[in-house]
Ligand binder design. Structure first.
Ligand code: FEO
Length: 170
């Protein structure tokens, strides 16, 4: 049985992961609308990974005999103007998710819940990877500029991202 505080923070994290999926889907729709199918693909694949992140937490709570409490998912923002701005938003969003995961880890220490501490390590590593891959894209955009030919090549590149079901590898 999992303690109440840990149960609450994991339920809140489930909500954040599903919100992330919503946010990436909104971005995917924006990219599709402006004709950047590859960018649209990249964000859509990311949305599916976020659903996996939520589901891994969901399954963990059930495995620990905790209560899953699904809260309302906030509507995502739609204030998108150009690809670099969207990726900067993604980077900021992922940094906030990292902080949130760090808070889960800190609470597991405070509550002496070593099983959840061990479980959440996977998310800590995952956040490092996510921030790095987004930052890589931002660096390229800043380095090569946002002329149409650059976007065309980046679009091709991001279009090759494939969804692979994200599984807990702890
Ligand atoms: Fe599930 Fe992008 O953090």
């Amino acid at each position: 049985m999992i303690n109440k505080k840990i149960e609450e923070i994991l339920n809140a994290q489930i909500n954040k992961e599903f919100y992330s999926a919503y946010l990436y889907l909104a971005m995917s729709a924006y990219f599709d609308e402006i004709g950047l199918k590859g960018f649209s693909n990249w964000t859509k694949v990311q949305a599916r990974e976020e659903v996996d992140h939520g589901m891994i937490l969901f399954d963990y709570l059930i495995a620990r005999n905790g209560n899953v409490e699904l809260k309302q998912i906030e509507a995502p923002e739609y204030d998108f103007h150009e690809p670099l701005q969207v990726f900067e938003k993604i980077y900021n969003h992922e940094k906030s998710v990292t902080e949130s995961i760090d808070c889960v880890a800190e609470m597991t220490d405070d509550e002496c819940d070593l099983a959840t501490r061990n479980f959440i390590d996977w998310y800590i590593a995952e956040q490092v990877e996510e921030e790095a891959s987004v930052y890589e894209i931002i660096k390229k955009m800043k380095m090569f500029g946002s002329e149409k030919s650059v976007l065309y090549h980046m679009d091709k590149d991001l279009g090759s991202r494939e969804y692979k079901q994200h599984k807990y590898a702890g």
